[in-house]
Ligand binder design. Structure first.
Ligand code: KIV
Ligand code: ZN
Length: 387
């Protein structure tokens, strides 16, 4: 794969993810998650918002000191005080980054009460200031997808001229759609002077359930950094899920010829850990990391899986860090799955014995949502007692 096909993974679990109401993590938990992200090959870790609190400052500083490979980034609003505090925290990293942002859409411009020219001046001053402190500066026009096209181009050009090395295009309220997301990045690269010298990033929220699709479309349009979180943790409906973009690029490299350096086998572990420390459980049917993502109950599916796993699975469970597919025993399960499950449990039954146990199993499955291994062992024992 050529370097231009490399997509950087920017994880913001510890900043945008932790901003989710109720997802606060302790200092130790943040260090642990950062070290797992570093270890799995994430390129940039957004470790927090240093001006937000003493705790955030301390976490970003320590993560910066401890990280081995990843670039460590902190967030700062468009003012010198935020940027200085951010630099104070990230400067310890082998590779530090300052990420500064301002809301450029009409609704967001109204908040600091700046007109277009005043905001343009603010962007110039703050990005220049950040760049005087750090070689690696990311700038984001918050709510970019609802910003007037001409103004978006103008502000992006100012940020590039002032020294931004990454321009992130946030879909702050999850408003864009895949075709639009691809076009927006493509047109920015074509239109803005200097755009071909820097990296464009995509930062999507999931309010309409399109964050992953929008992020991948942005890559098709020319973005080379995806901002995401583990389990899609984030405010409201969350952010783009890291595990989804990484696996989509891996599984469909035939039509999406871009790759990341994330070791996908570490996904399940970090997903579980983030669920525990954030207190946000993963929904059962969540893509890639949900409890049911590699589980099969229906007879037809189980039978197919027993003959050839590719019949109903497009990726191997080992590729996301699971040891095996799980055949869930319930009322939709068939005889072949029961035979295979009993064999796993150490019982090899003759056909007539299997038939008897199968009848009892179906009766039980009609009463219970899931039939556990212990239930199956009890059924076999009961059958032996009757014989
Ligand atoms: O969603 C957003 O716009 C953000 C910015 C701070 C990048 O999180
Ligand atoms: Zn965000």
């Amino acid at each position: 794969m050529s370097p231009e096909n490399r997509v950087l993974i920017f994880d913001t679990t510890l900043r945008d993810g932790e901003q989710s109401p109720g997802a606060t993590m302790t200092h130790e938990e943040k260090l642990e998650i950062a070290s797992m992200l570093d270890d799995m090959g994430v390129d940039i870790i957004e470790a927090g918002f240093p001006i937000a609190s003493e705790g955030d400052f301390r976490a970003v500083s320590e993560i910066a000191k401890l990280s081995q490979q990843a670039t460590i980034c902190g967030l700062a609003r468009a003012n010198f005080k935020d940027i200085d505090r951010c630099w104070e925290a990230v400067q310890h990293a082998k590779s530090p980054r300052i990420h500064t942002f301002i809301g450029t859409s009409p609704l967001h411009r109204a908040i600091p009460n700046l007109d277009m020219d005043q905001m343009a001046e603010r962007i110039h001053e703050t990005v220049t200031h950040a760049r005087n402190l750090c070689d690696n500066v990311q700038w984001s026009p918050m709510d970019a997808t609802r910003t007037e096209w001409d103004y978006l181009c103008r502000t992006v050009e100012i940020a590039i001229k002032a020294g931004a090395t990454t321009i992130n295009i946030p879909d702050t309220v999850g408003y864009t759609a895949p075709v639009e997301s691809a076009d927006l990045i493509r047109k920015l690269i074509e239109t803005v002077p200097g755009a071909d010298e820097i990296i464009f990033a995509t930062h999507c929220h999931n309010d309409l359930g399109m964050a992953t699709a929008n992020s991948l479309a942005a890559v098709a349009g020319g973005a080379r950094q995806i901002e995401c979180t583990i389990n899609g943790l984030g405010e409201r409906a969350g952010n783009t899920a890291l595990e989804e973009v990484v696996m989509a690029l891996k599984v469909r490299s035939d039509i999406m010829p871009w790759h990341t350096q994330v070791d996908s086998r570490k996904i399940m572990n970090i997903s579980r850990r983030v669920a525990t420390v954030s207190g946000f459980p993963v929904q059962f049917n969540k893509a890639i990391v949900g409890k049911n993502a590699f589980a099969h109950e229906s007879g037809i599916h189980q039978d197919g899986m027993l003959k050839n796993a590719e019949t109903f699975e497009i990726m191997r469970p080992e590729d996301v860090g699971l040891t095996a597919t799980s055949l869930v025993m319930g009322k939709h399960s068939g005889r072949a799955a029961l035979r295979s499950k009993l064999k796993e449990l150490g019982f090899e039954l003759a056909d007539n014995q299997l038939n008897d146990v199968f009848v009892r199993f179906k009766e039980l499955a009609d009463r219970k949502k899931e039939v556990y291994d212990e239930d199956l062992v009890a059924l076999v024992r009961q059958n032996e007692a009757v014989e």
